[in-house]
Design a protein around this ligand. Sequence first.
Ligand SMILES: [Zn+2]
Length: 231
Amino acid sequence: MRKIVSQFIKTLNGIAFPQVCSCCSNQLYSDDRYICDLCLLERFEPADTSKDEILPEFVDFLFTMWIFDKGGYLQQLMHKLKYEFLKGVGVELGIQLGRSFRQSGIFKNNSVDEKWMIIPVPLHHKKRRKRGYNQARSLAEGFARNTGYTIAEEGLVIRTRYTTTQTGLSTSERSKNVKQAFMVTEPEKLKGIKTIIIDDVYTTGATTFELARIITEITEEKTGIVTVAKA
Ligand SMILES: [Zn+2]
């Protein structure tokens, strides 16, 4: 009888708080999960970024996990991540991003002793206040859990220019739009540090390249770029 009652309560809870995948709405079977294994491991096409990208000389590597599916599950998920304050989704995606990154072989020896610092692409403070959080920082949290790297403290790298959406702009317009958009507040903290920039979607690279340019001027080390999706 007790078993039946507890099962009944569980069912009621399930109705009140249905645990479903934030991406595809499949039922989840664990309270601390946000995305199902099908979505995390198999649904999306891996991106091979090493092939066709020409990178600025200050960028060491570009790693993107999946190819963007316009109008599909991944686009919806990225939209939710950006606008719906789904920190748990960001962290879970970040963990998967860290896993894929380590498996990619970009770091052949992947020495855990090396000191890498993760720089989430910062939002302008007005935008951050409006949204409530920075989705790149939640990705960075997951990525850090899986790689052991540290995350740059909030406020070390800031966005000084408020930029409207880049959608619809050409590559050169995007570059112009983000020129001098970032600032490092305490440069001495980045001197000689190896960095990885983290963002949700890689489109033309205008934003991340500009951030990489500013950072590498200080670190005097090339930087890597890691994103969840490639548009
Ligand atoms: Zn799913």
